[in-house]
Design a protein around this ligand. Sequence first.
Ligand SMILES: Cc1cc2nc3c(=O)[nH]c(=O)nc-3n(C[C@H](O)[C@H](O)[C@H](O)COP(=O)(O)OP(=O)(O)OC[C@H]3O[C@@H](n4cnc5c(N)ncnc54)[C@H](O)[C@@H]3O)c2cc1C
Length: 388
Amino acid sequence: MTNFNNYDYVIVGCGLSGAVAARILAERGNKVIILEKRNHIGGNMYDYVDKNGILVQQYGPHTFHTIKKELYDYMRQYEEWEEYKLMVMAEINGVQTPSPFNFKTIDQFYDEDEATKIKEALLEEYPNQKKTTIVTMLESKNEYIKKFADFLYDNDYKLYTAKQWRVDPERIDKSILRRVPIVLGYEEGYFDDEYQVMPKHSFTKFFENLLNHENIDYQLNCNALDYLEIIDDRIIIKNIDKVINVVYTGPIDELFNFKYGKLPYRSLEFEWEYIDKPSYQEAAVVQYPQDEVYTRMTEYTKIPYQDRNDTVIAKEKSVDYDGDNEPYYPVLTDESLEMYRNYKEKANTIINLILVGRLADFRYYNMDQALESVLKKVYFKEEHGINK
Ligand SMILES: Cc1cc2nc3c(=O)[nH]c(=O)nc-3n(C[C@H](O)[C@H](O)[C@H](O)COP(=O)(O)OP(=O)(O)OC[C@H]3O[C@@H](n4cnc5c(N)ncnc54)[C@H](O)[C@@H]3O)c2cc1C
């Protein structure tokens, strides 16, 4: 049994947020222990070599991308990275088209004359812009733009959103619809951030290096909530007298025993299929907005590229979160954000607690956003005192 008296900090969760928090604190001379309930490090970025020798990602396709050099530089301290441009397609009416949609999409679904009119209208309405959003296009007064927007909304955004979030698209936070833009040109590639990379070895290797510090210990298969208790304005480790600081990266509602209700999440299920041929689909990820069951399929020999004669795919389904499966995506609605604010207010009253990460902040964070947030919060709390 762990002797918590040996530590200055307990960190809950060994994903990117918890592991980076541990490293910052360890380098500042603190002894830290990470408690992780899964049987591996790396959180949702965890990858491993499967029984056929293919590097796969257990929790869905991840690439690191950012516009901020300092965040990429941080990642580079712990792993070598190789340039990688994620290609994603969406299948509509049996035709695979680039995602984000671009001018090629217009060429694929309209005759030449109409396609030209739509493209001209877009360039005129959004001059000097590289992209726009479906939300903006749907509000356009131009008949060609509106027609194209309606086509995309009815055949992709609406169906994908309803299937992914199981919420009426009208009720979903508009930020979700804005996440996948429409490109005003022929450029392809899912992201346009300056830095788009994959680890040379693996994400898990990155975590092994990040955690390799004499002040960091971690324990797997351990639900931290079995050890933690909130008493008034402190969070304590049961049965020890010393007050230890806690960095918590798990779901915020679980920490408070669902006092204000259960925050809604979507979960995912993956069906894996080994395929005895070198390639299954053109792009690493293909989305199927019109399919009744699957949202997308990922081919792991294309992310990162692995030169082989066989391949493996994961077919992805969006499913309800039931408390036993994984909480992947927070469902952001007015009600859920209000509930989150109650939890956050309560958390602010606990003086030896730092909340970081996508589950504790109830936000959809990309890795770079999670990284930026943990760097800011943990340095600040260390510099200025944890109760600020
Ligand atoms: C399908 C999918 C694809 C994604 N693709 C990308 C991408 O391409 N690029 C990108 O930048 N970002 C991507 N992301 C986002 C990325 O996964 C996150 O930004 C990042 O993993 C956040 O790390 P985290 O530490 O905050 O959370 P997590 O990785 O979820 O880590 C939290 C950890 O806490 C543990 N935990 C929770 N409760 C407890 C407890 N009570 N006791 C002990 N341990 C606990 C969990 O088991 C988990 O390991 C994707 C996310 C998903 C779901």
